[in-house]
Design a protein around this ligand. Structure first.
Ligand code: CMP
Length: 140
């Protein structure tokens, strides 16, 4: 089915100047960018976005990392976009990410892991709405 998913290019990958290389992977896989913005998240925004992880031991480090520099946030649309994006990203820990995935090629550690992608269709809807009003998402 045609789906939408939220993608974030994290501060490490923005600093490495690989936004375009990562967008090329989305496009080559048939995913369309239907909304996008660069943003330096506030602590509140990052904490709110990752609220499901609030009780996890890595929560504070994750938030500090996510506010360490600007991120590129986009909505990707395509057939099976949620799973397709997760396949392109590879495993959360770049040490476990398959060769040729975004994390294998651009990530340094489980925190500085280059990209975020929604893990389910349900969370995708929540995460898209967190950053983009419906009028800023462009069906195409
Ligand atoms: P992301 O997909 O953005 O979702 C939560 C993030 O927490 C994850 O990517 C990792 O960057 C980070 N993280 C740090 N430690 C862990 C861990 N042990 N398990 C899962 N995620 C972790």
């Amino acid at each position: 089915a045609l789906e939408r998913t939220l993608s974030i290019i994290k501060p490490d990958a923005v600093a490495k100047n690989v936004i375009g290389e990562i967008y090329t992977r989305f496009e080559k896989a048939g995913l369309k960018v239907v909304a996008a913005k660069m943003k330096h998240l506030s602590k509140q925004e990052a904490e709110g976005f990752y609220a499901v992880h609030r009780e996890r031991p890595f929560f504070n480090a994750l938030v500090e990392f996510m506010i360490s520099g600007p991120v590129m946030i986009q909505v990707l649309e395509g057939e099976g976009a949620v799973l397709k994006n997760r396949e392109l990203m590879g495993a959360t820990n770049p040490k476990d990410a398959a060769p040729g995935t975004i994390r294998a090629d651009f990530a340094d550690s489980i925190d500085a892991n280059a990209v975020h992608g929604s893990d389910s269709l349900e969370n995708a809807a929540i995460e898209v709405a967190y950053f983009f009003p419906a009028t800023d998402v462009f069906a195409r």
